[in-house]
Design a protein. Structure first.
Length: 319
């Protein structure tokens, strides 16, 4: 058996989360072994208090199949319908009984349909987006990538929120002034490639304070974003090139391919959450590893704690 791959960035993330204490998290429809096992493993790791939302009989049967029948389960019983479980989980968050949500084994559209409904009470003024935190072997720091999951072809206004959401998450991770690389196929502004025009506009928006808390530059090709040598060869002078904390992709398709390539070919492991909602949302995939699911719970804890800490300051600023 091969030795486990060291994951120093995800280890540090879990340690930071444990320092905040466990966060009550509603797990909607944990009716597969993978979903239930990950939620209970995150609870044993001191990250969350798992509130399992779904039909008790199904959850108990899943626990028995997984060899977890002796575990103490907190169950909020719903009708035997994934959509009903999702709606109940969202209601728990809306009423403040839990501080985060996690998708179990129901379909993503059923889960997000409940979580992001206009009357669900979880939306904010921000555009909803998703961010991954990747532990890339040899990099030596966490790497955020957004948005690879939610926004298919975001316009400039949506990209502004995607960037701001990612910067806020980087702050929660302890990165005081994150460097944000706005990716495109090329590093020159070309009107024929809309992503380069958007990147240039976003960079200027950051200069003018419309995006706060980070150093934003683009457009940058992936090579000169991550390699100072590639940037030097191409004559690019940038405070971001070669050492980004955040990669912002031009569209979902490019981002999804990028993060999967880093995981499947580059040996990276990831954690991911939905941002721009009143509570963080862990949106797992059937193909996610157990480590990814647990680390995503830790990321939700860290983000939720940072949001709570920032709320009083924001309230004072608007008084």
């Amino acid at each position: 058996m091969s030795a486990p791959v060291p994951r120093p960035q995800l280890d540090a993330l879990r340690a930071r989360a444990r320092g905040h204490g466990p966060l009550p998290m509603a797990v909607a429809w944990p009716c597969s072994i993978d979903a239930l096992d990950a939620a209970l493993a995150a609870e044993r790791d001191g990250l969350i208090e798992a509130v399992l939302v779904g039909p008790r009989a199904r959850i108990d049967a899943t626990a028995q199949s997984a060899g977890l029948s002796g575990a103490k389960l907190r169950i909020e019983e719903s009708d035997d319908d994934p959509r009903a479980a999702a709606c109940l989980a969202v209601d728990l968050a809306k009423r403040g009984r839990v501080g985060a949500l996690m998708k179990g084994s129901l379909h993503t559209d059923e889960f997000l349909g409940a979580a992001l409904a206009r009357d669900a009470g979880l939306r904010t003024a921000r555009r909803v987006s998703h961010a991954f935190v990747l532990d890339v072997p040899g990099l030596g720091r966490p790497l955020l990538v957004s948005d690879c999951v939610v926004n298919i072809a975001p316009d400039l206004a949506a990209k502004r929120d995607i960037v701001q959401n990612a910067i806020d998450l980087a702050h929660a991770l302890g990165i005081a002034s994150p460097k944000v690389a706005l990716l495109s196929a090329i590093e020159d502004v070309n009107p024929a490639i809309a992503a380069t025009v958007d990147a240039a506009a976003l960079s200027k928006m950051a200069d003018r304070g419309q995006i706060e808390g980070g150093i934003v530059d683009g457009p940058l090709g992936f090579d000169n974003a991550v390699s100072a040598e590639a940037a030097r060869i191409k004559g690019i002078v940038s405070p971001v090139a070669g050492a980004p904390d955040v990669l912002v992709v031009p569209a979902l398709e490019a981002g999804n391919i990028l993060y999967k390539a880093l995981v499947r070919l580059g040996g990276a492991e990831c954690a991911g959450i939905i941002l721009g909602t009143r509570v963080p949302i862990v949106l797992t995939s059937r193909a996610d590893s157990r480590e990814c699911r647990i680390a995503s719970c830790a990321l939700a804890v860290v983000h939720a704690h940072a949001a709570r800490a920032a709320a009083p300051a924001a309230a004072q600023g608007t008084g």
